[in-house]
Design a protein around this ligand. Structure first.
Ligand SMILES: [Zn+2]
Length: 472
């Protein structure tokens, strides 16, 4: 294996955690002196099965919820992946409002709690808690993620994420990169794009950390000055939401940088995986989390189910993430031999189903119906570099609160540009009708395109892009 074929620092950390590698990966950004083909899926699974078994005993002993939920299940009998498949799922509905029953540690051992809205039911929230050790494990992986981006001493990083509170994303990122000797500035989430852009030009970071929508807007904004930030930005890490291909493409083109996508969630304590420069799937946190796609379709695509077996405060057993993805089992361009996760298509709840005929199961489509992910719509919208932001709303004729994605409603897509700049709606429309789940439905889709001018992101609009629903 030639130079450069070293896998990624994330794989090296996984190898270290499962006992295959003793070198201190934290000190060695490149050339770990190991052969990434030693880290095989077989070795990872043997480790994961053992840890899954331990986690099962642990939650049955320490969590009131799992004691009841997993009653009658003998954790010692878990010996294979097939055995794991027999363990019942945990859902977001199980968790919401029930968190204290999931918690495995004393309140005094909880170092951070995060309350976020659930994706399924409106108005409901879920609360996740972590111990110091849980957060430390995440920080080590975030650190490895930045080593993957070849971050080094003397470089500057500008973080467009909230970082005021201890344990917030910006704060954990700061803790993870400080040992690298970088200069770090936490700007916070972008609301006023002009102010954020001015900070960018002033700080001149080599590395930018942002949510996809904010980074896309900043690059679009810079076009009026000829994108001078291209001179210093070397690499961008995008996280906290789905990353449309066209956003990554825009950044590579307008900023001349490399783009790394990150996959994670509050349930995982932020870090789940990150792409290497070859962009052939997220390199996953296999030593702390079991990732499954237990019910794949014929293409291998299906819902991602996670077990956070390394967590102390609130390990989740076979938790249904709602995220749709697919595994990649080929050898990555970086030399890694491990199972990776292909681009995440977003949540099942971020699938839009529109059209004139409605199927009862909401999935199989008749002529005239279209089904596509929000990320696919975003790819169409961001094909035009002038677009700063967009929104999508479905006006439903007949509201079904539990199945709000199943609709025969009208779609309104609002694209936003700077004052005085026209969006190329023709191009966007063309791209939209190229989406595989849209193509066959053609002009039968009831869709309205609206153009608005863009001043700022609304306050509180920080993270996930959502589909709006309105009653018609
Ligand atoms: Zn790779």
């Amino acid at each position: 294996m030639g130079p450069g074929k070293q896998g990624t620092p994330v794989d090296a950390l996984v190898a270290k955690r499962i006992g295959l590698l003793v070198a201190d990966t934290a000190q060695e950004p490149s050339g770990f002196g190991w052969n990434p083909s030693d880290l095989t899926q077989e070795k990872i699974e043997a480790f994961q099965i053992e840890r899954f078994r331990n986690a099962l005993s642990y939650v049955k002993e320490n969590s009131n919820y799992y004691r009841e939920h997993l009653q009658g299940i003998d954790s010692d009998a878990i010996r294979t992946m097939e055995d794991i498949k027999k363990i019942p799922y945990t859902t977001e509905q199980d968790l919401a409002g029930n968190e204290w029953r999931f918690q495995c540690v004393k309140a005094s051992d909880v170092s951070r709690a995060v309350t976020i809205p659930t994706t399924g039911t409106r108005g409901k929230q879920k609360r996740l808690v972590y111990t110091m050790a849980d957060q430390q494990k995440a920080i080590e992986f975030i650190h490895a993620g930045y080593l993957t981006m070849e971050c080094k001493k003397g470089e500057r990083m500008l973080i467009f994420m909230s970082g005021n509170l201890p344990g917030s994303i910006g704060d954990l990122v700061r803790q993870a990169v400080e040992p690298l000797g970088m200069e770090i500035s936490v700007f916070g989430a972008v609301t006023d794009v002009r102010a954020a852009y001015e900070r960018l030009l002033e700080f001149k970071p080599e590395i930018v950390e942002a949510i996809p929508w904010h980074a896309a807007a900043l690059a679009a904004y810079g076009q009026q000055y000829g994108n001078p930030e291209k001179a210093f930005i070397r690499s961008v890490n995008l996280s906290a939401d789905i990353v449309p291909d066209m956003v990554a493409e825009r950044l590579r083109r307008l900023w001349g940088c490399t783009v790394h996508r990150h996959y994670g969630s509050t349930e995982m304590c932020i870090f789940g995986g990150v792409e290497c420069i070859h962009q052939d799937g997220y390199h996953l946190r296999h030593s702390d989390i079991l990732y499954e796609i237990p019910e794949p379709d014929e293409t291998g695509q299906g819902e991602i189910v996670i077990t956070t077996f390394a967590h102390e405060a609130m390990p989740l057993i076979r938790y249904k993430t709602g995220d749709i993805g697919r595994f990649v089992d080929t050898v990555c361009g970086c030399g890694a031999n491990v199972r990776r996760l292909e681009k995440v298509w977003g949540r099942d709840s971020s699938m839009l189903r529109v059209g004139k005929e409605r199927e009862k199961d909401g999935k199989s489509l008749q002529d005239g119906n279209a089904a596509f992910f929000l990320t696919e719509l975003a790819d169409a919208v961001y094909a035009d570099d002038a677009v700063m932001d967009f929104d999508v709303e479905i006006v439903v004729d007949e509201r079904k609160s539990d199945e709000k994605t199943e609709t025969d409603g009208r779609l309104t897509v609002t694209v936003r540009t700077l004052p005085g700049v026209e969006a190329d709606l023709e191009l966007i429309r063309q791209e939209f009708y190229e989406i595989p789940g849209v193509k066959h439905a053609g002009d039968q889709i009831d869709i309205v395109w609206v153009q608005e001018t863009f001043e700022a992101f609304p306050a509180g609009y920080n993270l996930k892009k959502k589909i709006g629903y309105a009653e018609g």
